[in-house]
Design a binder for this molecule. Structure first.
Ligand SMILES: Nc1nc2c(ncn2[C@@H]2O[C@H](COP(=O)(O)O[C@H]3[C@@H](O)[C@H](n4cnc5c(=O)[nH]c(N)nc54)O[C@@H]3COP(=O)(O)O)[C@@H](O)[C@H]2O)c(=O)[nH]1
Length: 760
């Protein structure tokens, strides 16, 4: 027992010893005091911190070190954790030689340990810490050391309590620091978000007062002062109507259980109108009571525009899938759709439906000679005209190339169809100005009627197709209703194209010659070469049929070259025989004439056949010459310089420009036979024929009348000073052999002894 003054000294000594120490130093010093006992080889201070046992400090005699750990006991090895825990439960000291305790294993203590002591430190009877001591001596030595340390145990209560409190305080301070840091961080984030966010963010209380708002508001809205939108009421910022709307929305939001999205349009300061996606959600306190509304508005103008553009593109693609890109008319797919719907309607109502298939005449020629751009413009113009000819409820579609189709519904009188077809023919045939050229084109129309000519779409189209070929065959520029029996001739027309190719290759073509006479002397002055086709199965095919076909398919170039070569060879033979020294006239196809190397081709043929150019006359139709007048002049000049004579054929049927005509280096005008037919009886025809004769003479040209079939026509022409004639009245076209016979037997007789030779 210590004396009272000794105890006071001891307290002072301890107070001095632990003065101004932190919790770590306190624990270390306590352990050092324990370790001062030589019997103690290891000392560990364990404290109860919030019901968790923490090893604060460990001292070992071997290393003479005291280490601060402050780690949960459960994480550490070489400690009899269960036994230490037990001491915390009972509050009793525990000591033993390890050899006597079965439950202890070598993993529970350091090697060399022979005895263990656990000394709990109680505060008001409750353990708040414990000293765990190991000794390499037996337990008696430890017990002795423990007795010596009694003062330490006594003061430990105070010091461990202080240590725990300090730790607790430190933890609280750390928690506070962390919380403060977190608060600072979230405030900083919030400020940064509100400052930099490219969205309109606003928090309002339930009265519409703005508590928070993003900087973006200031930039976009007419709120220019420092606080911007914050502190204001919606009614201070927005027009009253909009403010009321927003306020009412916010009121509704206080009951909302989830976010509410809507789109709104906001006019920016610069006057541009933007679309925003607004997401609103209620802000609730801990008691789930709504105290404010947050709204976040994102500018989706670009996205909307992109969506609109995409939608537009999709509808354009959709449009393109069903419309012809060039003309904008329904294409084949949409046409079939409309036709099928029309057929269904006609079936229901018991009415009629009409399909008109249209094919442009000579389109290939126009396209090839004027170029594809001109061809495209022509197709567009035709589409427009077709639309003008029908009612809104009718369908005009382009099936491809120069093929169009018109579907007429609700037809009561079939005569109306003829009326529409006539209207189309007249409308299309009006000249169209394209790239400065006046182009005249016509169309052939095949018509089929539901239910008479077919009940299905394909069937109707097929019969209309057959009728269209019939229209082509009948000289184009006309319409034909489908009739049974047409199949054969339409198919014929199709087969003809293949046959014509073969005909050129297999020499099935031949030339006939039709003499031309001087009207005053009746002497033979020329012969027009006219091609004939001796078809192996069909017999003689008229050029009126196959020349247009050849023009359309492009075979005309090959065919015309064959004609020119053959005619030159024949003329050369006649020249050589000395029986005929006139000219041979050859018809030029427009396409052939447009070939850039045409003069070279002619020169080559003349050279090959040995025919002098002065014995060749080339005929070009008036319409073809005028269509590309300036090019025609150039081409004619070259041919003229070569010594070739040039004649304008079918004169009077086209649109002649006298300005051009006088510049053509031509020698002859051939009056079309349509004017000669009634020249002696029809005043108009007579006036035209007379004008042409005068015009030719005034321009120092020869004039030839074609198609003279009767004496009175010849007489009339002679009296009007026409130079030459050609026609059945004098001689029909005949083979070279027949011509030969006439030449051998002294030539042709005219007047009252007309030589009528039948066509072979
Ligand atoms: N590009 C080419 N065109 C040619 C060629 N050969 C003929 N053709 C053109 O074909 C059309 C029809 O010709 P065709 O059946 O030979 O008719 C010619 C004469 O037979 C006919 N004619 C002559 N006299 C009369 C008559 O008194 N009455 C009457 N009804 N017909 C008559 O006229 C045609 C000649 O006409 P044209 O050429 O205008 O002088 C016709 O357009 C031919 O041009 C060829 O090789 N290439």
């Amino acid at each position: 027992m210590q004396s009272k003054s000794g105890a006071v000294d001891l307290i002072r000594k301890f107070q001095q010893l632990f003065k101004d120490l932190n919790q770590k130093q306190i624990a270390e010093r306590l352990i050092k005091l324990v370790m001062a006992k030589p019997a103690v080889s290891r000392a560990v201070l364990v404290v109860d911190r919030d019901d968790q046992l923490i090893v604060e400090t460990v001292g070992t005699s071997s290393s003479d070190k005291v280490v601060s750990l402050s780690r949960p006991m459960a994480q550490l090895q070489h400690l009899p954790a269960d036994t230490i825990r037990q001491s915390f439960v009972t509050g009793k000291q525990w000591m033993a030689n390890v050899a006597d305790v079965e439950s202890l294993t070598e993993r529970d203590y350091l090697a060399g340990t022979r005895s263990i002591l656990i000394y709990p430190i109680l505060d008001s009877g409750k353990p708040i810490g414990a000293f765990y001591c190991e000794s390499q001596e037996d337990v008696g030595s430890l017990i002795k050391a423990a007795n010596d340390l009694e003062t330490v145990w006594v003061f430990s209560t105070l010091l461990i309590r202080q240590l725990i409190e300090m730790r607790h305080h430190e933890e609280q301070a750390e928690k506070y620091r962390v919380a403060e840091q977190a608060l600072w961080a979230s405030e900083t984030y919030l400020k940064a978000i509100l400052y930099h966010s490219p969205t309109l963010i606003a928090v309002k209380d339930l009265d519409g007062n703005v508590i928070l708002a993003s900087e973006y508001y200031k930039q976009l809205m007419a709120v220019d002062d420092e606080e911007g939108y914050v502190g204001k009421n919606v009614f201070d910022v927005f027009p009253v109507e909009l403010a009321r709307e927003l306020w009412q929305e916010d009121q509704g939001m206080s009951q909302a259980t989830q976010n509410v999205e809507s789109e709104l349009e906001i006019m920016h300061k610069d006057g541009s109108l933007h679309t925003y996606l607004m997401v609103k959600f209620p802000l609730k306190d801990k008691s789930e009571k709504v105290f404010g509304i947050c709204s976040i508005c994102t500018d989706i103008t670009e996205r909307k525009q992109a969506e609109d553009a995409l939608r537009e593109q999709q509808s354009r693609l959709n449009y393109m899938a069903f419309h012809d890109a060039l003309t904008g008319l329904p294409n084949r797919a949409l046409f079939y759709d409309r036709l099928n719907h029309g057929l269904a309607r006609a079936k229901r109502s018991g009415g009629k439906l009409v399909a008109m298939l249209l094919d442009l005449d000579r389109f290939k020629y126009i396209n090839d000679s004027l170029g594809h751009d001109a061809g495209d413009l022509l197709l567009k113009a035709i589409s427009q005209r077709l639309k003008e000819c029908v009612r809104d409820m009718d369908t005009v579609a382009r099936l491809g190339g120069d093929e169009f189709v018109v579907v007429l519904e609700g037809i009561h009188d079939i005569e109306d169809v003829g009326f529409v077809a006539q209207k189309i023919l007249a409308t299309i045939s009006r000249p169209i100005t394209i790239q400065g050229h006046d182009i005249s084109t016509t169309v052939s129309i095949g018509i089929s009627v539901y239910p008479d000519d077919g009940t299905q779409a394909d069937e109707l189209l097929k019969t209309a197709d057959i009728a269209m070929y019939k229209a082509k065959e009948s000289g184009k520029n006309n319409y034909q209703f489908y009739a049974e029996g047409m199949n054969a001739s339409a198919v014929n027309f199709l087969l003809l194209e293949n046959d014509l190719r073969r005909a050129i290759e297999q020499d099935q073509l031949t030339l006939f010659y039709q003499p031309q006479f001087d009207l005053q002397t009746d002497s033979l002055v020329g012969m027009e070469a006219l091609v004939r086709w001796q078809h192996p199965e069909r017999g003689l095919v008229s050029p009126a049929h196959f020349i247009p076909l050849a023009e359309e398919t492009g075979l005309i170039v090959q065919l015309s070259e064959w004609v020119l070569r053959r005619a030159c060879e024949q003329q050369k033979t006649w020249l050589k025989s000395g029986r005929y020294a006139g000219k041979v006239a050859v018809n030029l196809s427009p396409r052939q004439f447009r070939q850039a190397n045409f003069p070279e081709r002619v020169a080559e043929i003349l050279a090959d056949t040995g025919l002098p150019a002065t014995h060749l006359e080339l005929e070009i139709t008036e319409s073809s010459a005028m269509e590309h007048a300036s090019e025609t002049i150039n081409m004619m000049n070259v041919l003229n310089q070569m010594g070739i004579s040039l004649a304008i054929d079918d004169f009077g049927t086209g649109y002649s420009s006298l300005a051009y005509l006088k510049r053509f280096p031509i020698h002859k005008l051939k009056i079309d036979r349509s004017f000669i037919c009634d020249v002696a009886t029809n005043q108009n025809d007579a006036a035209i024929a007379k004008s042409i004769i005068n015009l030719a003479h005034n321009m120092s040209l020869n004039v030839v009348a074609e198609g003279v079939e009767y004496d009175n026509q010849a007489k009339w022409l002679r009296e009007r000073g026409c130079d030459q004639v050609q026609g059945f009245f004098y001689a029909k076209p005949m083979s070279a052999e027949q011509i030969e016979q006439h030449l051998v037997h002294g030539g042709f007789e005219s007047d009252n002894n007309v030589v009528h030779l039948e066509l072979a």
